[in-house]
Design a protein around this ligand. Structure first.
Ligand SMILES: [Zn+2]
Length: 428
């Protein structure tokens, strides 16, 4: 959604479809009221994420800021609906109904998983680093075995166990009720979308409070500091599950991939360099090749555009939690930056080549200047040769030409020869 209209007015037309009379002709401000403290919308039944309403509230016209929260929500909802294409709106509505159907019928086994509880979810080292919130504290618990791939311990074994048990319970319910669930993506036949059965709020908090601070430091050029939505799911590999996963990029700016267990062998992740849309199918270079072995409780954090795949899980059963984190701001900006992506390995390579040829050209020019200078020195020497050693002049010229390796310098000497020959003839 873009809040910037094509015209240059200070205010933008609001959505009036279904809007109430009072709001019908009102407009959003172009510049937010930074002094205004927005309300929370978490407890309301809304078509969009409560965070969107909280962010948008500062853009309301001044007269709307003091109206009851429910009216503000309705006003903003109408605007959002107007900016959302019809197809997208229908799809969102259908998905909402699908989720409501699951949540109304599915009985969670471990309710404690459905709200964020850092002390019971995360290992103390991770929690401390996040609380300290400095690059130094992050680096103290995170390793970067290959550029752009960050590895760290995140979840306690108890949390992994509870989540595995909850997923098992959900799968059991799906089988028993023959509920047709949507799989996490086009590539996995197994696995489940955690957001669809009630874990959306908890995962939102995971992204906002724990992944965004890291991404702000490590992935700032791909919108790491403005991550504002997510797709959270689990993938399952092994016997009677998916075997491996082909080479691909994620539909995310930043991906958290955490192993929950259980016992398994194989299933390594292979990484092959970061690429933009234009370069996604180009070859990889030796320094971009990196393989990673999963360890339960441990996570890998990488850019969504970091090409990767999963090798076959050869025995046992492996379950991983995936959190695809997205930034709407970055996606909007990316539309206007088609020529060069600083984060793409191939774009960078092309840029370096361009820079190298510029440097080479600069070197050539400097070399030429140096030669000219050199030639000038030689020509002064030559003048002395002409004046003081006139009888041996021809020999001296031969000697100078023979001892000068640069053709252009030879040219300069010859030019000076004719110049000074003239001078000499005047002298003589
Ligand atoms: Zn590129």
């Amino acid at each position: 959604m873009s809040l910037h209209g094509s015209d240059r007015r200070d205010e933008l037309p609001s959505g009036t479809a279904g809007g109430n009379g009072a709001a019908a002709n009102m407009r959003l401000r172009l510049n937010p009221d930074k002094e205004h403290k927005p309300e929370g919308y978490e407890d309301m039944e809304l078509d969009f994420s409560p965070n969107i309403f909280t962010s948008l509230e500062r853009y309301l016209p001044p007269s709307m800021l003091a109206v009851p929260r429910v009216d503000k929500a309705k006003f903003m909802r109408d605007i959002l609906l107007k900016y959302l294409p019809l197809g997208e709106r229908n799809r969102a509505q259908k998905h909402k109904e699908y989720r409501q159907k699951i949540i109304a019928n599915y009985q969670p086994r471990h309710r404690e998983l459905y709200s964020m509880n850092p002390a019971t979810f995360f290992v103390p080292t991770f929690l401390k680093a996040i609380n300290d919130n400095t690059e130094k504290s992050f680096r103290s618990i995170i390793s970067e075995p290959a550029p752009g791939i960050f590895v760290f311990d995140i979840f306690k074994p108890d949390f992994c166990g509870l989540l595995l048990s909850e997923i098992e319970n959900f799968e059991k319910w799906v089988t028993e009720t023959k509920f047709r669930i949507m799989r996490p993506n086009t590539m996995n036949k197994y696995g489940a979308v955690l957001d669809d059965f009630g874990l959306e709020t908890m995962l939102d908090k995971l992204m906002e409070g724990f992944i965004r601070p890291l991404s702000k430091v490590f992935f700032t050029e791909v919108g790491g500091s403005t991550l504002d939505s997510h797709h959270g799911f689990v993938v399952e590999y092994g016997k009677d599950r998916d075997v491996d996963l082909g080479f691909h990029v994620d539909d995310s700016e930043v991906t958290l991939n955490a192993c929950l267990g259980k016992q398994f062998s194989g299933g390594e992740l292979f990484f092959r360099g970061i690429r933009c849309e234009k370069h996604v199918n180009t070859g990889s270079h030796s320094e971009e090749i990196f393989d990673y072995c999963h360890v339960p409780g441990r996570a890998v954090l990488h850019r969504g555009r970091h090409r990767h795949g999963a090798r076959a899980t050869t025995s046992g059963h492996r379950v991983n939690l995936l959190l695809w984190c997205r930034s709407s701001v970055f996606r909007e900006l990316k539309r206007y930056q088609k020529d060069f992506s600083s984060w793409c390995g191939e774009c960078n390579r092309a840029k370096k080549e361009r820079q190298n040829s510029t440097i080479a050209a600069t070197r050539l020019v400097s070399l030429y200047v140096m030669q000219m200078f050199h030639a000038r020195v030689l020509s002064v020497m030559y003048k002395h040769v002409l004046i003081h050693l006139l009888p041996t002049f021809v020999i001296s010229l031969d000697w100078l030409l023979a001892n000068c390796s640069q053709p252009s310098t030879k040219g300069t000497i010859l030019l000076n020869y004719f110049k000074y020959r003239g001078t000499v003839s005047i002298f003589s």
